[in-house]
Design a protein around this ligand. Sequence first.
Ligand code: PLP
Length: 434
Amino acid sequence: MTSEDGMKRKNSTIKRAEKVFTPALHMYYPITVASAKGTHVFTSSGQKYLDFTSGLAVLNIGHNHPRVLEAVRGQLLHLVHTGGIYYNETTVTAAERLVSTTPAGLDMIFFSNSGAEAVEGALKLARHVTGRQGIISFTGAFHGRTLGAVSVTTSSARYRKNYHPLLPSVFQSPYPYCFRCAFRRKPGDCELQCLEYLKDLVERVITPEEVAAVIIEPVLGEGGYFPAPEKFLAGLRELCSAHGILMIADEVQSGVGRTGKWFAVEQSGVVPDIMTVAKGIASGFPLSAVVSTPHLMNKWPPGAHGTTFGGNPVSCAASTATIEAIREEGLLEKSSVTGAAALTRLTEFGDGHPFIGSVRGYGYMIGIEFVKENGEPDGEACTKVLDYCLGKGLILIGCGLERNVVRFIPPLNASANEIEEAIDIVEAGARNLL
Ligand code: PLP
């Protein structure tokens, strides 16, 4: 079934959903899922799909991991909510587990519920502790939908349309998306012109001492699945340190093992001042975190930020179980090796395919970019491939401004056979374009 066929044959759940949900709530596919297990989802009519969206990079250890379910069941019997009124053991343990995975020095956290909420918290922390207003983000970035988060989001003007005025004193610099370099330079021979642009911005448009933070996705997510080059991140770190600007790494999509490391910043060895974490942190239960150094966090006084649901004990039980499962099943090591093999296979295939312009990524955060003959983004080709995959029982989603990049984001514990099967299907879908 293609997504188009599906639209024609809407089942009653979808028809009812359309009556009660605003169209702003958009689903990728007209599929109604009744249950899920591991790498698979099952529809109400009994159809089985290999889910390589991981619930949008959330289910890094798959659907309904037994360890997570057991931890959640146990927690449900004791305590489900604290409302920020009192402490509880489970939430403290989850915080300790989380900081055991974060880069050295990032040892203090604030729990909230969603990625956007963590981004809001990070921006507020940066403004509060620096006493500065300016914020710089990167063109193409996605940081969420709330007003602060959407002010630093430029993956598409559609997300910002009709919401102006947004947060003031926010500026953008081009993301180091080398495949489509904003300066038409070639990787390796570009003298990091994008970093020079940023340095210029922080002289001509806003003085460095007015900038609270620069926020960056170490691997561009929604904007096109492109990892920032290590040299760029190192240069950015240097620039921030030189001027007392806080570097925020938004690891909402790239964190918790997605790139074969706990966090994508580890690929470059760069340590940010603040990190945002969500999605994969609790295997589908709502939880996010702002992570930073005790030095900065201790400058954020009581009442400067707050939450009713953040640090929910059930989500926290799921989070601790997720981190333990990743550790005990050796999923970072496994997925960095098998992810690299998948990247090699897809790259070799892409090299021989006229409509695949680039394949890139780390671990199981791989982007396959479709292009027209003239090199322009080809969203139509990408949609055809995604529809082909869906018809073969494989769910994948796209990203990028023209939706021309396939996100290949299986759970880290997908089997070798499942990975091979999925790549076979993607390759067959791409061959169909010829
Ligand atoms: N930051 C990044 C990098 C994301 O990819 C996302 C969501 O895709 C967000 C923030 C927003 O997260 P949420 O949808 O949980 O608010």
